[in-house]
Design a protein around this ligand. Structure first.
Ligand code: NAG
Ligand code: NAG
Length: 380
């Protein structure tokens, strides 16, 4: 588009478009039809009609500001299919009405997308309305929080999530997605029945880079079910089930390849480092590295690697269909409770190989006598 026309459009749209309010949808439609590729509009949506207006106008705005939006019960704040290059900014407190449903509360997809939380902003799930100690295993149907599906070459920054009803970020079909400075604060769930509140679940993605998350929850801090080229660095994980790969197996995609978990602390959690694969299933776990990991207050296992999961529980019988190869643990140290087990490794014969462990020092708990087929220099 020629510069003069662009200038003319900016002049034409002027301050009104910049301050677009939720009910000014007709103006936004004008922007959409008259500028084609050249979109320079910031649209601000707020209050109880903000979600509907944002959903309606989302492809007409280059920047979408969601200012204290109250999302109605049973509605997804649906920001899927955004135009390439869109920025979404959450301001103030975003709230969600109550309904028993599976969600998600928020969904974003697109290419070259930036989603960010303004200073002091929070997406408040008020999960206590659903919590019944059962998570996804029964009781009330609970909405998942945030789908980041099919986000390509995109970023999610400084988003603060409070009290998610159940799982928080579902990352699927992503390619080159960075999540930086995310906070998940589900601390209230510790005493009020929060369950299965995984912070980050990753599947079928290539290139997911999570940096400096701060998490307090009641399930995995990270769970990678499938995907390639994933990093999780500078995490502070409290209260949950640890930093996990798996369970791998039994889904449509069962390959995990090249995952680096580095410079993370895991405290007051059931497990520290965890890799689990599914009994009788097929797939692969290759090239997973845990480096510079500090554990404290671990109640079950400091390090647990097992190939025997079925229906979410260990069977004690490992199978070899999902080999775990090239597992590196370097400088993994810390303490577990006296009733916990320091390290537990349950591999099927020949199904764990090429492991490199150095500087693994987990203390304070029991030494397992049930380890099987422990490869390389790993030790229980
Ligand atoms: C995220 O928050 C940090 C710390 O408050 C700040 O330095 C950084 O600029 C923020 N990033 C964005 C994209 O707003
Ligand atoms: C390690 O993670 C912490 C956050 O927990 C961060 O402040 C620090 O800069 C990181 N260190 C390195 C060497 O990356």
């Amino acid at each position: 588009m020629v510069p003069t026309l662009k200038l003319a459009l900016v002049g034409l749209l002027g301050a009104a478009a910049v301050q677009a309010i939720p009910d000014s949808v007709p103006e936004l439609d004008v922007i959409a039809t008259s500028t084609l590729e050249e979109r320079a509009s910031t649209c601000t949506f707020s209050g109880s009609k903000g979600a509907a207006s944002a959903i309606k106008s989302k492809t007409s705005c280059s920047t979408i500001v969601l200012s204290s939006v109250a999302v109605p019960a049973g509605t997804t704040l649906d920001l899927t299919g955004l135009k390439k290059g869109t920025t979404v900014i959450f301001e103030g407190e975003t709230t969600f009405g109550y309904k028993e449903w599976s969600g998600p509360l928020v969904s974003v997809s697109g290419t070259d997308i930036t989603v960010k939380g303004a200073s002091g902003s929070v997406l408040n799930g008020d999960g206590a309305r659903w919590w019944d100690g059962k998570g996804t295993n029964g009781g009330k149907t609970k909405p998942k929080f945030f789908y980041a599906h099919k986000m390509i070459n995109s970023k999610i920054e400084n988003i603060s999530i409070k009290n998610s009803p159940v799982q928080v970020f579902s990352i699927n079909g992503a390619n080159a997605l960075t999540l930086d400075g995310i906070t998940v604060n589900n601390a209230d769930g510790d005493s009020k029945g929060g369950h299965n509140t995984d912070a980050f679940d990753i599947g079928s993605s290539t290139g997911v880079y999570i940096t400096n998350p701060i998490v307090h929850n009641q399930d995995d801090c990270l769970a990678v079910n499938s995907g390639t080229d994933i990093s999780f660095t500078g995490a502070q994980c409290t209260g949950g089930h640890g930093i996990s790969i798996g369970s791998v197996g039994g889904r449509s995609d069962n390959a995990v390849n090249k995952v680096t978990i580095e410079n993370c602390t895991i405290k007051n959690s059931q497990n520290g480092v965890r890799v689990k694969t599914v009994y009788g299933a097929t797939g692969s776990v290759k090239g997973v590295t845990y480096k510079d990991i500090t554990l404290s207050g671990i109640s079950k296992y400091g390090v647990v690697i097992e190939q025997d999961y079925k229906n979410g529980s260990p069977t004690g019988n490992p199978t070899n269909g999902v080999p775990i190869t090239g597992l590196t643990l370097s400088n993994v140290k810390g303490t577990v409770d006296s009733s916990a087990t320091n390290v537990y490794i349950l591999c099927a014969s020949g199904a764990c190989s090429g492991w490199t462990w150095n500087g693994v020092s987990v203390k304070g708990g029991k030494t397992s006598s049930k380890c099987k087929n422990v490869p390389g220099n790993a030790k229980c």
